[in-house]
Design a protein. Structure first.
Length: 608
């Protein structure tokens, strides 16, 4: 059955590519045949196949058979053999947010009755001394907050070689023998105690399960940009993930966080050597998660994603710039996988997954190449021959507008059709009530489709630049994440996107001069690019998010009914802020006299 599903999806993508190629041939050959037309047809086929592949995942999630509930084991019978380390790697993060999340998860685990099976370890790779000092301070609060039997630990590496993968590997070598399982999180991860325990039950029930991946929901969105991501992740992603799970079977994904792994499986399978050569294609593997999933599969371990696991959360970027920075690292990591496709012993599907990851980024410059080729195509078109035969009437070139519209509608349908179907399904299944009702879901879906269509030409440019930078040998490194995000001012947005503005201007000017028939067709791409500074800045503001909320747009269940784990973290943060304020007030009550060097009572501003 798994082989059949994979075959059908691949054939569906190939069929769509063939149809797109046939329509493109009729459109592009209408004014004669030249080599640029063949380039355009090949680019059209490749991009159409990629879009169709994504649509097949959504259709598989929508119309596939209902998932069976995986087997669950009794933890009371497992005893201490199910001991689990909850690992939270950090790298120059805001320690208050991370450590309060750890305290909330510890409290949530206490309520499950299985807290004695879990320890929490903060694994720091922080290089900034000030942030490192803050981490130590907040760990003292965490240690005082968390009650036994949960234990909390903190350590900071002096050498952060291997980045996050090296951090986890260092823990496995030093302490892995103490734990049967590891729950790997990110600094912004948050999980309900019941979800963690449920994952542990499923791991215990299947001895060959090496890694169990959850689908994290995005929370804490403040800007319009972040709220659109949050809504998409909450409504659309579960369906796409269900389709992905059915497609990948036991050779599933690992997204690097919010996943539980079997320690001995990870230790025996997932040692990652540095690639020969220098970055970006050499050095440490950046997108280590998919490689680790492939290595587990190579050893015969099951890697699975269970889309039904709720209570798994993360935070997303609040603006386009932070999203593009994170995406740049992912792009470099995925392109590194080109060197691993032929690694010995890997399963065929894992090799195919590597190629999918490469295509996820290469598709953007392919689209740009297709647009550029279409603009310059008239320069290479053969001169029209109106009288090919003296015995036949004149033949004039045809404007295949109807075929072009058919091609455009088909591509658009593959992109937005699954989202509309998911919204309709949510209404029919009653799930829309959790999002504020069907009208709210439908309006939010339309808003998200319009916004993503406007944003797509901008993200396409950032991804295209990333691919070109990597191909020219530029290393993006592993920049720290700005979890809090900030409002992007208009000058800052222009500085980050002026070249996108210029690209839009050149695109429309080139179309006007060289291919006037394409001018209006390209305006939906070029105009957002020319307005990119304004779009980037406006969508990053908190007021843009508040407007969406007041209009009832882009609402999510986690926003309408705040999960217990998030309320617990809020309470922890409130206690810590109060304690910190009291400590600061206490320290201000006594100030050192500059004359005597002794601590003397300080005067408040009210006292003058």
């Amino acid at each position: 059955m798994l082989a059949l599903r994979r075959t059908i999806s691949i054939l569906f993508a190939a069929f769509v590519a063939a149809v797109a190629s046939r329509l493109a041939m009729d459109v592009f050959f209408a004014d004669g045949t030249d080599w640029v037309d063949f380039v355009r047809i090949a680019l059209c086929a490749a991009t159409a196949a990629w879009i169709a592949w994504g649509a097949s995942l959504a259709l598989g999630g929508l119309f596939g058979a209902r998932d069976r509930t995986p087997p669950r084991a009794s933890l009371s019978q497992s005893g201490q053999s199910a001991r689990t380390a909850i690992l939270i790697p950090v790298y120059n993060e805001d320690p208050r947010a991370t450590f309060s999340s750890a305290a909330a998860m510890a409290e949530s685990l206490q309520a499950t009755g299985h807290a004695d099976l879990f320890d929490i370890a903060i694994l720091s790779d922080t290089r900034d001394p000030e942030i490192a000092a803050e981490e130590e301070e907040w760990f003292r609060r965490l240690h005082a907050e968390v009650a036994p039997p949960v234990k909390v630990f903190y350590r900071r590496r002096t050498d952060n070689s291997g980045k996050k993968a090296g951090n986890i590997g260092d823990f496995v070598r030093r302490h892995g023998a103490r734990y049967t399982y590891m729950l790997i999180l990110d600094a912004d991860s948050l999980m309900e105690g019941e979800t963690i325990v449920e994952m542990l039950r499923r791991m215990e029930a299947e001895p060959k399960l090496g890694l169990l991946q959850t689908l994290p929901k995005i929370v804490a969105a403040r800007s319009w940009f972040a709220r659109a991501l949050q809504f998409s992740a909450s409504l659309f992603s579960p369906i796409f993930t269900r389709g992905l799970a059915r497609m990948q079977g036991q050779e599933g994904p690992f997204w690097g966080h919010n996943a539980m792994v079997r320690t001995n499986a990870f230790a025996e399978s997932c040692g990652l050597p540095a690639l020969t050569g220098t970055p970006p294609f050499g050095g440490h593997i950046l997108s280590h998660d998919y490689v680790e999933a492939a290595l587990l599969s190579r050893k015969g371990w099951i890697v699975r994603v269970d889309a039904d696991l709720d209570g798994s959360f993360e935070e997303g970027p609040q603006n386009v710039i932070d999203y593009a920075k994170r995406d740049r690292r992912w792009c470099q990591g995925n392109l590194q996988h080109i060197r691993l496709v032929h690694a010995p012993g890997l399963k065929g599907w894992n090799r195919f997954t590597f190629l999918q990851g490469v295509m996820a980024y290469v598709s953007s410059p392919l689209w740009m190449a297709f647009i550029a080729a279409s603009i310059v195509a008239p320069l290479f078109a053969p001169p029209p021959e109106y009288f090919p035969s003296p015995y036949l009437p004149a033949i004039f070139p045809r404007a295949e507008t109807a075929l072009a519209v058919t091609l455009l509608v088909g591509v658009g349908g593959l992109l937005i059709g699954p989202k509309l179907l998911i919204a309709l399904r949510s209404g029919l299944a009653g799930e829309a009530r959790r999002f504020g009702g069907f009208i709210a879901v439908f309006a939010s879906t339309l808003s998200e489709i319009i916004w993503s269509s406007i944003l797509a030409p901008i993200t396409l440019m950032y991804q295209s630049r990333s691919v070109m930078q990597i191909l020219f040998g530029m290393d993006g490194g592993w920049p720290s994440s700005d979890r809090e995000g900030h409002t992007i001012s208009l000058p800052e947005a222009f500085k980050a996107s002026w070249w996108i503005v210029l690209t839009g201007i050149v695109m429309l000017t080139g179309a006007f001069v060289l291919a006037p028939a394409l001018f209006w067709w390209l305006t939906p791409i070029a105009v957002p690019q020319m307005l990119s500074p304004l779009l980037i800045s406006a969508s990053s503001t908190a007021w843009s998010g508040r407007i969406a909320a007041r209009c009832g747009l882009l609402l999510t269940p986690e926003e309408l009914s705040r999960p217990a784990i998030m309320r617990t973290r809020d309470a922890v943060l409130a206690r810590w802020r109060l304690a910190q304020a009291e400590e600061e007030a206490s320290s201000e009550d006594f100030a050192e006299d500059p004359q005597t060097g002794k601590a003397e009572p300080a005067f408040s501003a009210a006292q003058g």
